[in-house]
Design a protein around this ligand. Structure first.
Ligand SMILES: [Zn+2]
Length: 80
């Protein structure tokens, strides 16, 4: 039966939805019984969720101000 090592190897693929149904079921089964792996799995899942959320977040005001300033500087620059 797949032990921790197999489960850990597949966790990343599991999170990325790259596994077959059989493998996903096997990992889920392992995670339900194994505290070590469920901790790692939870951590990775939350990390991934946070990263994908961060990607959707609108740019900060600071970033927009910097961008605007750069554009103004570029406009003010004499033609080469
Ligand atoms: Zn395990």
């Amino acid at each position: 039966m797949s032990g921790c090592q197999n489960a850990v190897e597949y966790v990343y693929q599991y999170i990325d939805d790259e596994l077959t149904v059989t493998r996903r079921a096997r990992i889920r089964w392992h995670l339900r019984r194994c505290g070590n792996c469920i901790d790692a799995f939870t951590f990775e899942t939350q990390l991934k969720a946070r990263v994908s959320q961060a990607g959707r977040v609108a740019p900060s005001q600071e970033f927009l101000d910097t961008l605007r300033r750069l554009i103004e500087e570029e406009k003010a620059r004499p033609e080469a």
